[in-house]
Design a protein around this ligand. Structure first.
Ligand code: MRU
Length: 341
């Protein structure tokens, strides 16, 4: 079975699989400076909440190797994308290593490298644990609807929601994934389909607008999506279109699950209203590749994420277990458990 790392640390450089080029080409970027890492995150060569957190951590290591001001690298990386809290969570972890450090520069580089590698390895372990916990939620034969890309590409390896589909498949369950194409960046059509094809997992790509129809016509057993930030209330920011999907799932009585590591849970943010939502360049909507598809002069609005209210979420699967409503109680308990408390 094919597997690959979207992010690999080579000791002196960060190697990223350029996700803008999938599926037509497998191109690797070799980054040696924090500005390059920030640009890769901003331009979505690397994307997906856990993946950008890990990439940013290595961005700090690169700055330290070059003897650059770490506070500046930290600020640059924090400014790359606003919604996924994993970015800030990873940079906070790195900051706890470098802030106030007074020893030898070489020892600091080593300590930062060790922390970044720990962030990356913990992500892989968390994703596998998420998949194992979720097995009890997946019927032996399941039609599963998925949005965006939450697989190996979106994480350090394995994936969250797509990882659940993978583990269920590997456990011998007969799963069929319906993949929302996920406009405008097509993470579902380009990336999730590519991953499931590589893994030999049965799937069908659908237009985003087809999800209600597919629930009505084929009977979807569950929806599973990832998350970019989960507020203390359980309100969840994820790729634009997730909220519509949750509404359709509720109408059809389909369980709607969110899968994410506890590094995506932001207990400091009380509810979805306080989650910053990234707006991206209008060109993502006005053009299909080089071709303009929106008339010149028509205004567009291009939010990259939306917030699904907690009341539409049946459960949140983390590496520490499954949180059920009321999330105000279940989420802090799982975060404590994940931190060893
Ligand atoms: O804009 P993207 O492609 O970075 O958005 C990604 C998502 O919304 C994912 O669902 C989320 O980050 C979880 S990835 C495990």
């Amino acid at each position: 079975m094919s597997t690959f790392r979207s992010i690999e640390w080579k000791g002196d450089r960060l190697v990223l699989l350029d996700q803008r080029r999938i599926p037509e080409a497998k191109v690797f970027l070799e980054l040696t400076a924090p500005e390059e890492v920030a640009a890769a995150i901003r331009e979505m060569a690397v994307r997906g909440a856990p993946a950008i957190g890990a990439a940013a951590a290595f961005g700090v290591v690169l700055a330290a190797r070059r003897g650059e001001a770490l506070a500046e690298a930290d600020a640059l990386l924090r400014a790359s994308r606003p919604t996924a809290v994993n970015l800030f969570w990873a940079l906070d972890r790195m900051k706890r290593v470098w802030e106030g450090y007074s020893g030898a520069a070489q020892a600091l580089v080593q300590a930062l490298e060790a922390e970044a590698l720990k962030i990356a390895e913990e992500d892989v372990a968390a994703n596998k644990a998420i998949g194992r916990h979720a097995l009890e939620l997946i019927p032996d034969e399941a039609r599963i609807l998925h949005h965006c890309n939450t697989g190996s590409l979106a994480t350090v390896d394995y994936g969250t929601a797509l990882g659940i589909i993978r583990i269920a498949h590997e456990a011998g369950k007969k799963v069929h994934a319906f993949l929302d194409e996920t406009r405008p960046r097509l993470q579902g059509a380009r990336l999730s389909a590519w991953e499931l094809r590589e893994l030999g997992i049965p799937h069908t790509v659908i237009a985003d607008g087809a999800s209600g129809h597919v629930m009505q016509k084929f009977g979807i057993d569950l929806v599973v999506v990832g998350a970019d930030r989960i507020a203390a209330s359980g309100d969840t920011a994820n790729k634009i279109g997730t909220y519509n999907l949750a509404i359709a799932a509720r109408h059809h009585g389909v369980p709607f699950y969110v899968a994410a590591p506890t590094s995506t849970v932001d207990l400091e943010t009380p509810s979805g209203a306080a989650i910053p939502i990234e707006e991206r360049d209008a060109r993502e909507l006005t053009h299909c590749g080089p071709v303009r598809v929106v008339p010149e002069g028509s205004p567009v609005y291009n939010p990259a994420f939306d917030v699904t209210p907690a009341e539409l979420i049946s459960a949140i699967v983390t590496e520490a277990g499954i949180a059920y409503p009321p999330y105000e109680k279940s989420l802090p308990a799982l975060v404590r458990k994940a931190q060893g408390g």
